[in-house]
Design a protein around this ligand. Sequence first.
Ligand SMILES: C[C@@H](N)C(=O)N[C@H](C)C(=O)O
Ligand SMILES: [Zn+2]
Length: 209
Amino acid sequence: MAALDTGKLEKRLIDAGLVNIQELLPEVKVALKYSTEDNFFGKDVYGELSRCYMQPEVGEMLKNAYRELKSRHPDLTFLVYDAVRPQSVQQILWDELDKPDSIKPLYVADPQKGSLHNFGVAVDLTLAYAGSGEPLDMGTGYDFFGYAAYPDREEEMLASGKISEEQVANRKILREVMLAAGFSGIGSEWWHFNAYSRKVAGEKFDIVK
Ligand SMILES: C[C@@H](N)C(=O)N[C@H](C)C(=O)O
Ligand SMILES: [Zn+2]
């Protein structure tokens, strides 16, 4: 695996016009999972990078989602796990994902086509208590790649007891505030939200290599 020069990476993100979400929204919590070994492949691929960057207009959308969240649940905040992700890291995630090629794109977008994370227009996040920073129970952890994490299968997962009413209610809070701000979700991951379609992202922005 080619090592990523993370000092240079942060400079590249800034030079590309991306913004540090905590500069726009200091109340939001960030824990970049790919900058730790606590992720689905057990390797730190971001090194020293600890700040989370995204396109400025996506940051503004997230601010609106946050405003909506606070109006409904003043005790909660966002905990962001990932936003912009270089295509080289997308390739590592793709190579590390232990699933048949036919279903891999449900969980990790094909790096050759480009993930919306590679354009800085996708955000992976959960809800946390603003005071303690403790994440809410969503029924699965981040990057759990299976039906229990599928928004598309919540009714079935509820009926079979794989997830609880409370966990679904927590996901709904997240989903509702993100959708209210113009994001869209995907069927296989409760934590992933896109600001734009792949077509629009490709027209507006460059991929971060
Ligand atoms: C890997 C996961 N956190 C994720 O972001 N998946 C989507 C589908 C992606 O890679 O774009
Ligand atoms: Zn994602």
